[in-house]
Design a protein around this ligand. Structure first.
Ligand code: 9WO
Length: 290
């Protein structure tokens, strides 16, 4: 059972998130204990203040160290080898979030997420009380609360027993190898004139697996060439390797973040044809066999 505490100025933001879908399910299954705390509960003055104007001047306010460090230490213990929880601060200055970072966090016994507001926290909070600073992407929001939910959502679904079908984790994007997923289809077989690729309805499981690999690889080359190691090194992709899901781990293991190498022009390859055929005038429904 993993323990997660969130420190926020808007703990009410987390209520429905903790009750619903994956996170709610994990709680009810007893795999997760999670709570959001109001940072103002640790403020000591009459106005319960948590921010002050920045040294050096400038716009905005900075979160003061006293209530924050007191709150973090109350939840995680003092920073050091035997503190009770790993403390994560969400900010655009953090290390980029990745699937491997989520996997590492999902393996912790307890986590504390510190959600900043205003211009950020006094730097001494990070030095004295934070173990890890994480960014979910290169943009600025008005606080770390939504990024904390992103990280929590990403790690909770990795907890053993949360996902009903562990196989669906094995084959998803970024797991094992860094390939994007190909397209998915369900009924009806023809929708608004667009039909499901014939091969998926052929029953030929070998051909289907090969087609899916080819779709995943083609889409990755077209949309995210930065994820393809052969393209990273500047080499051309004369690759006909089989990139079946189970074999991808070998070369895609290291964290490849979204950034492209500076100075390298991004190039877009066309995506592979999906072979969805248009069939105008015919719009059958459930009578077509899946
Ligand atoms: C606010 C601001 C106001 C005036 C001048 C400069 C300013 N910078 C900021 C600012 O960056 N505020 C952040 C808001 C401080 C940390 C919490 N906030 C936050 C976290 N916004 N976006 C994130 C975030 C966290 C993780 N990944 C992506 C974005």
């Amino acid at each position: 059972m993993i323990r997660i505490d969130v420190l926020s100025l808007f703990p009410g933001l987390f209520g429905p998130f903790f009750e619903t879908a994956f996170v709610g399910h994990a709680r009810r299954q007893g795999l997760l204990s999670i709570a959001a705390h109001d940072l103002r509960d640790w403020a000591t003055d009459r106005h319960r203040s948590v921010d002050d104007s920045p040294y050096g001047g400038g716009a905005g306010m900075v979160m003061t160290p006293e209530p924050l460090v007191t709150a973090i230490e109350a939840l995680a213990g003092p920073k050091g080898a035997d503190r009770r929880a790993r403390v994560v601060y969400l900010s655009p200055q953090g290390a980029p979030l990745s699937q491997s970072r989520l996997e590492r966090l999902a393996g912790e016994e307890a986590l504390v997420f510190v959600c900043g507001r205003f211009e950020g926290v006094d730097e001494r909070v990070i030095e004295l009380a934070v173990d890890e600073e994480i960014s979910i992407g290169d943009y600025v929001l008005s606080g770390g609360d939504l990024p904390a939910m992103v990280v929590i959502e990403g790690l909770v679904r990795l907890l053993p027993g949360v996902l009903g079908n562990p196989e669906s984790i094995e084959t998803e994007s970024f797991r094992g190898g860094a390939l994007l997923e190909g397209p998915h289809y369900t009924r009806p077989p023809i929708y608004r004139g667009l039909s499901v690729p014939e091969i998926l309805r052929s029953g030929d499981h070998g051909a289907i697996a090969a087609w899916r690999s080819q779709q995943a690889e083609g889409r990755t080359i077209a949309r995210r060439p930065d994820l393809v190691p052969a393209l990273q090194s500047g080499r051309e992709q004369g690759r006909n390797r089989d990139t079946k899901q189970g074999q991808k781990g070998q070369e895609g293991e290291q964290d490849q973040e979204h950034g492209r190498e500076p100075g390298r022009k991004k190039r877009r390859a066309p995506e592979p044809a999906k072979e969805s055929t248009r069939e105008p005038g015919r719009e059958p429904g459930r009578d077509d066999a899946p």
